[in-house]
Write a protein that binds this ligand. Structure first.
Ligand code: HEM
Length: 406
């Protein structure tokens, strides 16, 4: 590819793609064809979220380039993640590079292996989804976002971590304030302090008396005599809810939207559950909740022939890569029968999502139980049809449905 293929500072009208309700896929499709590395206009648009008057920002749209950037950690550093959210979360795995990142990840990775997570299926995940289904099933009518998806992964994470589930709303509230700390720093810092004060006695009790939960794993994890410092333990705990709950809740909404909008797909998956894993992977490709991750150029470099100077901010558009027609036929379409191929929903390289097996497990158990227990599930014809929307985070705001009451 030559520099002709990249049109620096070409005005891509992201200001027309609303952060909460926008539909970016058409713009990204055009970018992949005409301008695969978008240089941002510092005065407006998505790229400018990361740019400052003295720092340029770029967006990477094609599969090959997204893969290259995410697999070249020495060239494209994650340290940019410390600038905004790191102030509120503390020492953040998402913002570490190189050896520091490897050592930290090794210490926490054990708890997130698929084999380790299986124990939560019957003890936490299945009872949690069934508790929510018990509440709605006699009614015959629900908003699946309000009544299930927005609450189920949060509760699962709290139970796995070892936070008493009766405190999960409080924990969720702090987590949201920490997450939106860059918009309201005072509230973000206050929530960060409160969450730590709340967690301290729990952490201390796990040190003396391990309970088989994630908190116990974190405080006792040891490799070559190395343990996590307190700052790293609290930093990790502050990241877990936004990283695990907000993401999975929206993907589950996207999956249910697809089942409701395509009743023939719902009928196939309902009658043949061996199709469920392929259905979940295609949802993750077609409509993931996270469409981009951030990096900063650690050296002068180039992507697809476009020069990128040291210090430039990079939005790596994993959502666009997942729709790249050079990798997927009919890439904009949802297709349950698509030949299996890896996708970018969980990123790739050294920061690939640590919680992907947990996300898959929650999605699989959750969708299975919904299909089992809500018979004759359909959209409520008197309510507006659901829309998957948003620029950086995508999901439906509501999913009004009807089903047979039992
Ligand atoms: C469908 C749901 C999920 C999606 C779409 C998702 C997406 C992602 C992506 C794209 C990254 C890479 C970030 C980067 O490269 O900068 C990531 C990292 C991460 N995710 Fe997830 N995630 C999901 C669920 C979860 C869950 C359930 C957890 C934990 C309970 C989790 C914990 C993490 C952590 C700790 C990292 C940082 C890994 C590192 O920096 O080495 N995620 N996730």
């Amino acid at each position: 590819m030559t520099t002709d293929a990249t049109i620096d500072n070409q005005p891509f009208h992201y200001e027309e793609v609303d952060f909460f309700t926008g539909q970016p896929y058409e713009q990204w499709k055009r970018a992949r064809q005409e301008c695969p590395v978008i240089g941002s206009d510092p005065n407006g648009g998505l790229g400018s979220m990361l740019s400052t008057p003295d720092r340029q920002a770029f967006q990477i749209t094609r599969w090959d380039d997204v893969e290259h950037v995410l697999r070249s950690g020495e060239v494209f550093s994650s340290s940019i993640n410390a600038e905004h959210i790191g102030q509120f979360m503390g020492e953040l795995i998402l913002a570490m590079d190189g050896q520091e990142h490897r050592s930290y990840r090794n210490l926490v990775a054990h708890a997130f292996r698929a084999s380790q997570l299986e124990r939560w299926r019957d003890t936490v995940i299945s009872p949690t989804i069934n508790m929510f289904l018990d509440k709605i099933s006699p009614i015959g009518k629900a908003d699946l976002v309000r009544d299930i998806t927005s609450r189920y992964p949060v509760r699962v994470i709290c139970a796995i971590v070892g936070v008493p589930v009766q405190d999960s709303d409080q924990f969720h509230g702090w987590s949201e304030k920490i997450n939106t700390g860059p918009l309201d720093p005072e509230a973000g810092l206050e929530a960060s302090r409160s969450m730590r004060a709340y967690l301290e006695p729990l952490v201390e009790s796990r040190r003396s008396e391990p309970q088989g939960d994630l908190l116990s794993d974190l405080v006792h994890a040891e490799i070559d005599g190395q343990r996590l410092t307190d700052e790293k333990i609290y930093g990790f705990l502050r990241l877990l809810l936004p990283a695990g709950a907000e993401t999975t809740f929206r993907v589950m909404g996207n999956a249910l939207t697809a089942l409701l909008l395509y009743p023939e797909t719902m009928a196939r998956v309902k009658s043949d559950r061996s199709l469920l894993p392929a259905f979940i992977e295609e949802i993750l490709r077609w409509e993931s909740s996270v469409t981009q991750v951030s990096r900063v150029a650690a050296v002068d470099t180039e992507v697809a022939g476009c020069p990128i100077s040291k210090g430039s901010a990079i939005s790596v558009l994993t959502g666009s890569a997942n729709h790249d027609s050079s990798r997927y036929e009919n890439s904009e379409e949802f297709d349950l029968d698509r030949p299996a191929k890896n996708h970018m929903a969980f990123g790739t390289g050294q920061h690939q999502c640590l919680g992907m097996h947990l996300a898959r497990l929650e999605l699989s158990v959750g969708i299975n139980e919904i299909l089992d227990r809500l018979s004759n599930l359909r959209l409520d014809p008197d309510a507006p049809a659901p829309v998957i929307e948003g620029l950086a985070f995508r999901g439906p705001q509501a999913l009004p449905v009807l089903f047979d009451a039992v």
